[in-house]
Design a protein around this ligand. Structure first.
Ligand code: SF4
Length: 376
């Protein structure tokens, strides 16, 4: 009997969101940029899924497309479905999307300072958001705003609700954004690099607030980040994107301990352990493992003129140049239960590294596990 991938932990198997073969094209003077190129995934109630990749990999565009926030007319969705509780959002009107945004799906952006209105008190901004979606009086909305600020750990919420964004610290502004995002009890929160602008201590606090919110409300979360270290302690599943495509997807532990794509391994090899005391800031050596931190050489490819075959091949230490890697686009295929990867050699990266025989190739497949990021 064929093995069936189980539903993610704690879910009944019915997805909240199903993205099917999503493509997002930007029409520019230079040509068509395929920012998202055939992405499919499910999000189940209550789970946290990290969408990971470098800048330009298509993760933020994917997140924005779910909320109908793509810049039109430059951005088009030529194919694909975004099924939100069974309804396709791709053809939805702006009026329909306005009802969903904030109330059913909400988004937390990277930079709270530019996302919050600087000339309006934080409380007023939350009140407006609540009154846009819920049939409540201004007094009730204000009470809810105070409750939300309190819930995300802002001290003296009753007083701070009257303050302006510039009177908040960076960490408090990010908490205020989270308060606004959860004010209407959304079922899905899309957090786009929510901790990137914060220092590591505040980053851990904000992740803790998000995990706490999820536990209380049961909301699912898509955590968009370039940093695999951030997801280690908080995500149930990880999806890795490269050049507009998903290249690996699995529960968090298999991604960290049994990665099957060289790009995922490269992301891990470039990360220090940030849970230990003896890492020297500015050093390129992880003192605990003695391992040299190794960046992924080169740049992500142009999505206007992507390379032939596997789009990662110009940067891949395991590439079979002139063979499969430059001739054939690797399909995203199942490599274990609940684990997919898009690499011609995903079944045995160690054997591929041995065949290549270089120090970089051997080092790469022995890079994991290395990461224990801030835990929520
Ligand atoms: Fe590297 Fe080839 Fe795998 Fe692409 S298919 S990730 S180039 S080994």
């Amino acid at each position: 009997m064929a093995e069936v991938d189980p539903a993610p932990r704690g879910t009944d198997g019915e997805p909240l969101l199903t993205v099917e073969d999503l493509r997002v094209h930007f029409h520019t003077d230079a040509g068509v940029v395929k920012a998202v190129d055939g992405v499919s995934f499910d999000i189940h109630p209550g789970e946290t899924v990290a969408l990971v990749g470098e800048s330009g990999s298509g993760k933020s565009v994917t997140g924005m497309s779910l909320l109908g926030l793509l810049p039109k007319p430059a951005a088009q969705i030529p194919t694909g479905q975004i099924l939100w509780r069974g309804t396709d959002l791709v053809p939805a009107s702006e009026a329909q999307m306005r009802k969903i945004r904030g109330q059913e799906i909400s988004m937390i952006f990277q930079d709270a300072m530019t996302s919050l209105n600087p000339v309006m008190t934080v409380g007023k901004q939350i009140v407006e958001m609540i009154r846009l979606h819920l049939d409540v009086t201004r007094r009730q909305a204000r009470a809810r705003a105070v409750e939300m600020l309190d819930a995300v750990g802002i001290p003296e919420a009753r007083k701070r609700v009257e303050m302006y964004p510039h009177e908040f610290s960076g960490g408090m502004r990010q908490r205020a954004m989270i308060a606004m995002a959860i004010a209407c009890d959304p079922q899905l929160i899309i957090a786009d690099e929510p901790t990137t602008a914060l220092d590591v201590t505040v980053q851990a606090q904000v992740l803790e607030v998000l995990a706490d919110v999820q536990q209380r409300t049961g909301a699912a979360m898509i955590l968009i980040t370039h940093d695999l270290g951030v997801v280690a302690g908080v995500a149930d599943r990880v999806m890795v994107m490269y050049a507009g495509r998903l290249v690996e997807s699995a529960a968090t532990d298999p991604v960290f301990y049994d990665a099957r794509h060289p790009y995922t391994l490269g992301l891990m090899a470039s990360l220090p352990r940030i849970d230990v005391d003896d890492v020297v800031i500015g050093s390129d050596v992880d003192l605990r493992s003695g391992r040299r931190l190794k960046p992924i050489e080169g740049q992500p490819p142009s999505l206007l003129h992507p390379p032939p075959g596997c789009s990662f091949h110009p940067r891949c230490d395991l590439a079979d140049i002139g063979g499969a890697c430059t001739e054939e686009v690797p399909a995203l295929r199942r490599v274990a239960i609940g684990h997919t990867a898009a690499c011609h050699f995903a079944d045995d990266l160690e054997a591929r590294a041995a065949a290549v025989g270089t120090a970089d190739a051997i080092d790469l497949v022995h890079a994991a596990p290395v990461v224990e990021g801030p835990t929520a």
